[in-house]
Design a protein around this ligand. Structure first.
Ligand code: VGL
Ligand code: ZN
Length: 206
């Protein structure tokens, strides 16, 4: 069983949004086209309360893209984004969410950020996705979406750690590229055993 994992294709991560990924919306036709090939489609949705501690606005004297020490380690501070119930948190209107079997929300605990679809940034608090995929008999994950260097990277590498065969579709993701984070992310994914493929190859995987 092959699942397509569609990460955070939300208004705030697309041009015009609060934490816009350059060309973030350009991947949507490719993502929609891939959905038809898969046994299961899971979408993630970044879903923060207004007082989320990953927001620079919650830390006196800090600006977006500064880093702070959280109890679980270093955390990049972001502009306020994907606030629960706002338009920025909605899926991009061009994304075909009808095909999603499961929508998994993450980052809803005020004190802890969650990049990965599997574990929050403490590396210990599970979202429940592993259990869901196991119950559905999924063994292979194809990951697409935003952003390549944060939520896609952590979802893909955690997917490997959880025992799945994991592919990332290079032309169905885009990065924030904060301080060289994009090149580092491709290296980290490859090093972890994630396979990088084109959307053409991904069609034949499913
Ligand atoms: C993301 C930063 C903060 C992402 C989410 O979807 O990659 N990045 N929240
Ligand atoms: Zn976020």
């Amino acid at each position: 069983m092959h699942a397509l994992l569609v990460v955070d294709i939300q208004n705030d991560f697309c041009p015009g949004g609060a934490l816009a990924v350059p060309e973030g919306d350009a991947i949507i036709p490719t993502v929609n086209a891939l959905m038809d090939d898969f046994d299961a489609v899971v979408c993630t949705q970044d879903w923060h309360p207004p007082e989320h501690q990953s927001f620079a606005s919650q830390h006196d004297g800090r600006a977006p893209y500064d880093t702070v020490e959280m109890p679980y380690g270093e955390q990049v501070l972001w502009p306020d984004h994907c606030v629960q119930g706002t338009k920025g948190a909605d899926f991009h209107p061009a994304l075909n969410t009808d095909r999603a079997d499961l929508i998994i929300r993450k980052g809803f605990r005020p004190e802890i950020d969650s990049y990965s679809a599997f574990y929050e940034n403490d590396g210990a608090t599970a979202t429940g996705l592993t259990g869901y995929l196991h119950e559905r008999g999924v063994d292979t994950l194809v990951v697409v979406g935003l952003a390549a260097d944060f939520c896609v990277k952590w979802s893909a590498t955690d997917g490997v750690d959880e025992g799945f065969d994991v592919y990332v579709v290079e032309d169905a993701t885009r990065g924030i590229n904060q301080d060289g984070s994009l090149a580092a992310a491709w290296e980290a994914m490859t090093g972890a055993g994630v396979q990088i493929v084109s959307s053409g190859a991904a069609h034949t995987l499913a």
